[in-house]
Design a protein around this ligand. Structure first.
Ligand SMILES: *Cc1c(COP(=O)(O)O)cnc(C)c1O
Length: 437
């Protein structure tokens, strides 16, 4: 190379990797990722895209945007508590700490005293049984859908699942319960009609070909008017006499009744009414990690746990840690948002509105995630110009507002109070960047 070739001035790899400013990046991102970025930046200088003198600064700028994980934390200002697109339930600080601790080697399947292998996730199982003492046993799997697949596979593969036509639901994004059940090799035996199903419909359907009877909580819609369904207490004598397992897919994950959501089913009530197995999600109203929770009679839980499919849907150690900490620790964010004190919510909203000089509207929050459909949670929202929405979403921190009626609404229900100041700054920045006209 010619002595005067500017490419000779490109800083060497070892020089760049030795920069003080790179030390924390090397810790966080790893040597391979940082080295690759160094080489790419040197190459840009060789290609004449930047000067050799710019290499160092370009490298540092690029490093800022390089992250090991592309997921970005978002302030949920929609008022929707269980927001599917935002990962449903946020973990409590206690659960987040438990996850961090469980991320290394942990005794998830080991008895440290004897050194022998132990039941996987025994702590989470115990916490569930303490929170729902009417259940004889519990099994934790990957998610609610996996729990349903495991139950129908183990109890009804090659046999029939009796289900009301009013409960053949699509849960979200094309996820249809009947398709899921059919995929297990069980046959659906539909009874009743969309709006009305009677005890006699079930009684006639039960026979030697029956694997189980399934009640599904139609969690994301309501049928109103001329309707009739059969509740668990009415079904239990039928199924008990026939020796057929009665399963209730509750969806939401309430372990005990919540007076604020009178129509939302809960595991304690369902089991007390005679369900032998209930299925619920860990990351809906329970407020924990993604998990599928099975609670109920010992024999059925044992049958499910023994099935080969159980291994394919088992919960990971991080979910087990988070679930136990959610159950044993302080109120998770989902419960806090659900039971937010209206006066406090109003004061927080008014305080931000005064500083921002924007109007406040009454705004109903929602449970979301398919829970408690049509159940409004009275609250308030800041009203901003609709053009603020994309600026908020792409700001730092990212804020997801609700866009409604050509306005950008910021609802504080799901924003932790300690984040109010960050939210204020984010909104101020967005308003400051609004296109002027
Ligand atoms: C949400 C839901 C499921 C699926 O649970 P995931 O945890 O999302 O897999 C199944 N049944 C009902 C009634 C639900 O509401």
């Amino acid at each position: 190379m010619d002595q005067r070739d500017p490419r000779r001035r490109i800083p060497r790899t070892d020089e760049l990797l030795a920069l003080d400013e790179l030390r924390s990046a090397l810790d966080e991102l790893g040597e391979a990722a940082v080295s690759a970025l160094v080489r790419r930046t040197q190459q840009r200088a060789r290609d004449g895209e930047i000067t050799p003198e710019q290499v160092r600064q370009e490298l540092l700028t690029e490093l800022e945007s390089l992250r090991v994980c592309s997921l970005r934390p978002v302030l949920n200002a929609t008022g929707v508590i269980i927001h599917t697109n935002l990962g449903r339930a946020p973990l409590s600080p206690a659960a987040a700490r438990a996850v961090a601790e469980a991320s290394g080697y942990v005794d998830v399947e080991l008895d440290l005293v004897s050194g022998a292998r132990a039941q996987r996730g025994a702590g989470a199982r115990r916490a569930l049984l303490e929170a729902c003492p009417v259940a004889e046993d519990a099994l934790i799997v990957n998610n609610g859908a996996a729990a349903l697949v495991l139950a129908t596979t183990a109890l009804a593969s090659g046999a029939e699942v009796i289900i009301s036509r009013g409960e053949l639901i699509e849960i979200g994004a094309g996820f249809r319960l009947p398709d899921l059940i059919a995929s297990t090799g069980a046959r659906l035996h539909e009874v009743g009609t969309t709006n009305r199903t009677h005890p006699a419909d079930y009684a006639e359907a039960i026979g030697p070909q029956t694997g189980c009877l399934l009640k599904v909580h139609p969690s994301n819609f309501r049928v109103q008017g001329f309707t009739s369904s059969v509740d668990l207490a009415e079904l239990a004598p039928l199924t008990r006499q026939a020796g057929v397992p009665l399963i209730a897919d509750l969806g939401s994950g309430l372990l005990t009744a919540d007076p604020l959501l009178p129509e939302e089913p809960d595991a304690t009530t369902a089991l007390s009414a005679g369900a032998e197995l209930v299925i619920a999600s860990g990351d809906k109203l329970l407020g924990g990690p993604q998990a599928g929770i099975l609670l109920g009679c010992k024999e059925l839980i044992a049958q499910l746990a023994r099935h080969p499919l159980a291994r394919a849907v088992r919960a990971d150690k991080l979910a087990l840690a988070a679930l136990e900490a959610t159950l044993r620790g302080p109120q998770p964010p989902v419960r806090r948002a659900l039971h937010a004190d209206p006066a406090r919510l109003r004061d927080r909203t008014a305080a931000l509105a005064a500083q921002l000089e924007v109007p406040v509207l009454t705004h109903d929050g929602r449970v979301g995630g398919g829970g408690a459909p049509g159940h409004p949670l009275a609250g308030w929202a800041l009203k901003l110009p609709v053009a603020a929405a994309p600026l908020l979403r792409t700001g730092e921190p990212a804020v997801l507002p609700r866009v409604h009626d050509d306005a950008c609404l910021v609802d504080l229900r799901c924003v932790p109070e300690e984040d109010d100041q960050r939210l204020l700054l984010a909104v101020q920045t967005a308003i400051g960047n609004l296109p002027r006209n």
